[in-house]
Design a protein around this ligand. Structure first.
Ligand SMILES: *[C@@H]1O[C@H](CO)[C@@H](O)[C@H](O)[C@H]1NC(C)=O
Ligand SMILES: *[C@@H]1O[C@H](CO)[C@@H](O)[C@H](O)[C@H]1NC(C)=O
Ligand SMILES: *[C@@H]1O[C@H](CO)[C@@H](O)[C@H](O)[C@H]1NC(C)=O
Length: 410
């Protein structure tokens, strides 16, 4: 039997059409992730860039242009937070309503006794939790040690902001001698600050003279007058964002991390320098924790009672170390007025980014849950990593020396 002459022609057309459809359907997957990121955030960025912020917080809170933009941006988060009876969920939905109506935001620093009645089983909460809930409306604490000139002079490419605690002298010194060096990589300047609260326990020794000296000697200590504790880390983040808005608004990128990590600063700088403009303009990058839910075991450090928060967490970058675009610090600070403080700091920052409509970008070289145990002392396994948690001060010094040894061969 002979085929009609037109059959191959028709077949070719069909095959081409099918291929075209296939490409259209999967084009989202074919785009590199950073390009997807770019198209989604473009209008938000230009809207943000149009609003420059000069005045005080009050000026901002009473300016309808910020409010309407934040109202628009936070719509997705609003839809994500379950409307249920849990305390945080209820308070947050009240906040969204305030954002909508333009009602005043309270900035009271007195103990919020209402919470003892608003949470049905408040009495059964752990003591530190009660402390957190009673005082979490208060966001204003004075700086005790400041570095007002930290970002003066050279344009800062990367500001390293490292959460520390008053007694962690050794950790800070190792960071100074290793990945936290204040130096320029090419012409890209890196600067460092440590973020501290104070020792306020009844049986805490007084370290203040030593810290004052340390601050003068190294010019890298920021300290605020609040009790430095795990549940006050969200407060610490918030005070740092406020500080950055005032004293370091032009840093290109900000790295926020712990003082017990190992970071490969040169690799981080090179990576950030290689980013295309739209990605670099709205970056929130690290080890991304997606679909996480609150820990419900009372013994866990991260325990969250059912009556406090309900629902999964929006994706967030693990707090051991993550990076974001410097000019977003101001926006995070502003939007934080409308996001109820949360006892876990990295979840809170994730909520704030979510409220700005900025999605986190995962980077496989951020290992906040550490690498395989057998490789933890192996310099070669750290060569291409950007960050790993956690390392002792001595391990960090050793790894740093090995990695900078010209005879190292991997
Ligand atoms: C937010 O603003 C953008 C751009 O103007 C618009 O396309 C979008 O529909 C708005 N979203 C909401 C929820 O108002
Ligand atoms: C908000 O508070 C300020 C001063 O605290 C006051 O001047 C202003 O009228 C208040 N605005 C609203 C909408 O209540
Ligand atoms: C946070 O710091 C404030 C001010 O020092 C203090 O009143 C509060 O109890 C602290 N909260 C926690 C949970 O430690």
């Amino acid at each position: 039997m002979r085929c009609p002459k037109w059959l191959p022609f028709i077949c070719t057309i069909f095959i081409l059409l099918a291929m075209k459809l296939c490409i259209d359907w999967s084009s989202d997957d074919l785009l590199p992730q950073s390009e997807l990121h770019r198209s989604k955030s473009e209008w938000k960025l230009s809207a943000m860039n149009k609003l420059s912020f000069m005045g005080t917080e009050r000026d901002f809170l009473e300016d309808d242009r910020y409010r309407t933009l934040l109202l628009n941006l936070s719509q997705e988060l609003r839809n994500k937070i379950p409307v249920v009876d849990a305390y945080w969920n209820r308070k947050q939905h009240e906040m969204f309503q305030r954002l909508e109506s333009g009602a005043n935001i309270s900035m009271s620093c007195s103990a919020n006794r209402d919470v003892t009645k608003e949470i049905r089983n408040f009495d059964s909460y752990p003591d530190l939790y009660k402390q957190f809930l009673l005082y979490s409306n208060c966001h204003q604490f004075p700086l005790v040690i400041n570095q007002p000139k930290k970002c003066a002079g050279n344009q800062i490419f990367l500001l390293l902001a490292i959460k520390s605690m008053p007694q962690n002298f050794i950790n800070r010194q190792v960071v100074r001698e290793t990945w936290g060096k204040e130096t320029a990589y090419g012409n890209l300047w890196v600067r460092r600050v440590f973020l501290l609260g104070m020792e306020k326990g009844d049986f805490d020794p007084n370290l203040q003279h030593l810290l004052l000296f340390e601050g003068q000697r190294f010019q890298d200590i920021l300290q605020w007058d609040f009790h430095d504790s795990f549940f006050n880390l969200t407060l610490k983040d918030n005070l740092f964002l406020k500080w950055t808005t005032k004293y370091c608004p032009d840093a290109h990128f900000i790295f926020k991390g712990d003082d017990d990590i190992f970071a490969n600063t040169m690799a981080i700088v090179n990576y950030l320098h290689s980013l295309t403009y739209p990605v670099a303009k709205a970056l929130y990058m690290g080890h991304i924790v997606s679909n996480a839910v609150p820990f419900r075991e009372r013994k866990s450090k991260y325990y969250i009672p059912e009556s406090y928060y309900s629902g999964p967490y929006p994706a967030y970058a693990g707090g051991g170390g993550f990076i974001f675009t410097g000019h977003l610090a101001k926006w995070l600070y502003l939007v934080s007025y409308y996001i109820v403080f949360y006892p876990i700091d990295d979840v809170y920052i994730g909520l704030c980014f979510n409220a700005l409509g900025i999605e986190p970008l995962a980077h496989a070289k951020f290992q906040t849950f550490d690498i395989a145990a057998k490789n933890r002392d192996n310099a070669c396994s750290h060569k291409t990593l950007l960050l790993v948690h956690q390392r002792s001060p001595q391990q960090t010094l050793r790894l740093w020396k090995l990695l900078h040894d010209p005879t190292l061969s991997c």
